[in-house]
Design a protein around this ligand. Structure first.
Ligand SMILES: [Zn+2]
Length: 229
């Protein structure tokens, strides 16, 4: 009886192993690693602006000029970068899906410049034009708005979305001469709990500091190791 039990346990172990192996090379996507929010201390991987832009994977899909979300918009004076998170957990709420909603008028009372998910970044507006995202005129007219997706599906990995956003932000800092202190959460303008996943008890805390450290890391990667704070 004991021997029978041992044989059954061995068979179960073999079966578990086979099942795990069948998940294939992308199985890590189903169990995203826990983010520890430790500041980045990795050695710099120097790259060109072009290389970093390629990593961000920017698709340009500008909202039609006659769309309601673009009516009456004023010129943008890009002195800040404002980070948002969509708080939309629908499995299909990807960057491209948000872009479609902006283009077809399903989203009409808000707008922003870039939408980022774990695979790509979609530019929705020209960077000469202000958008409606910050909740105050100062925030809207003086900042580039970036929305990070929060879609929840089998392969979702929010770390990748935050990391892609950090790369995009570093590129924009360099292009417009914006220092890291002017990379702000939506909270900065209105005290809204946004981007919620990167705030702590609704305010900038250790997670926000971690996000800043990633932006600073990528900025240094394209600027001979120099920070811009
Ligand atoms: Zn927001």
């Amino acid at each position: 009886m004991v021997r029978y039990g041992i044989i059954v346990s061995m068979l179960m172990a073999v079966l578990c192993c086979i099942t795990a192996c069948q998940q294939g090379p992308n199985s890590y996507l189903r169990t995203p690693r826990a983010v520890r929010f430790q500041p980045v201390r990795s050695p710099l991987v120097v790259r060109t602006v072009t290389k970093l832009a390629r990593e961000v994977n920017i698709k340009v899909r500008i909202v039609p000029p006659n769309a309601r979300s673009r009516r009456g918009s004023k010129p943008l004076n890009p002195r800040f970068i404002t980070i948002h998170s969509t708080a939309n957990h629908s499995p299909t709420s990807t960057a491209m899906q948000h872009s479609r909603a902006l283009c077809n008028g399903a989203i009409r009372d808000r707008s922003w410049h870039f939408t980022v998910d774990q695979f790509m970044c979609v530019q929705n507006l020209p960077l000469t034009e202000s958008a409606w995202h910050a909740g105050t005129p100062a925030g809207n007219y003086n900042s580039i708005g970036i929305e990070m997706c929060e879609c929840e599906n089998r392969g979702s990995n929010h770390f990748r979305t935050w990391d892609r956003t950090a790369k995009l932000t570093a590129l924009l800092m360099r292009r417009y001469g914006i220092n890291l202190r002017r990379v702000v959460p939506h909270y900065h303008w209105t005290r809204k709990n946004c981007p919620a996943p990167l705030l702590t008890n609704g305010r900038p805390g250790p997670k926000w500091a971690w996000f800043h450290s990633r932006i600073d890391y990528y900025y240094r990667c394209i600027n001979q190791g120099q920070s811009f704070r």
